[in-house]
Design a protein around this ligand. Structure first.
Ligand code: OGA
Ligand code: MN
Length: 203
């Protein structure tokens, strides 16, 4: 796939090291400034299509209250983000033999008071999600706005991670985590790097 934007050089060795030692890694500046602006635009101009994440097949759950929109080829800027995650996946496969072969992703919007209670993205290896990757799109975040990601690492240590703009948090999908109630509109892309399904089904 073609790069539309100047790609950022990432310290992939550092990411692999953190994933290996702690089960998670934080990338502080995932994309160029120009890219973040365009991705935010793409997200905001489609906000009217977001749906309540808690409703799946007509069943309502109380575990989360955010709104989501699945990413497909109609979102060319978000596809570039998925392209970066594909490059990371190849490094993860080489380092950890994860067999990642597809990516699914959605935009998420948490409005004031919205949250996602404690959960795992892949409880008891029930699905083929190997790695979760959450990227924050909002242009600004202040620590008293809530909305932190709380994550238990692979050594059972808890971490409170601020959803800083342009930050990408990568973690094993079997780890326990939650999103604390947000006091401002919180915009993100959650992606799952999966070991099953068709090759790079998100392309
Ligand atoms: C998820 C999730 C964390 C975050 O979408 O499954 O846990 O920080 N997101 O948005
Ligand atoms: Mn999750």
């Amino acid at each position: 796939m073609q790069h539309f934007f100047e790609p950022i050089q990432h310290d992939i060795e550092h990411i692999l090291d953190d994933l290996d030692q702690h089960g998670f890694a934080i990338v502080r500046q995932a994309h160029s400034e120009k890219f973040t602006t365009q991705l935010l635009d793409e997200c905001l101009s489609n906000l009217n299509q977001f749906r309540e994440a808690a409703i799946q097949n007509g069943v309502i759950s109380k575990i989360r209250s955010d709104h989501i929109l699945w990413i497909d080829e109609k979102f060319p800027i978000a596809q570039q983000h998925i392209h970066l995650l594909q490059e990371f996946s190849q490094a993860f496969n080489r380092a950890f033999f994860l067999g990642i072969q597809s990516i699914e992703a959605h935009f998420a919007c948490y409005n004031t008071g919205e949250f996602y209670a404690l959960h795992r993205d892949n409880p008891q290896q029930k699905n083929d999600r190997m790695i979760s990757a959450v990227y924050y799109l909002h242009p600004e975040w202040q620590s008293d706005w809530g909305g932190q990601l709380r994550l238990q690492d692979k050594n059972d240590q808890w971490h409170t991670i601020e959803p800083e703009p342009n930050r990408l948090v990568i973690f094993q999908s079997d780890l326990l985590h939650e999103v604390l109630s947000s006091k401002h509109q919180r915009l993100s892309i959650t992606a799952w790097l999966r070991s099953g399904n068709s090759i790079w089904s998100s392309e």
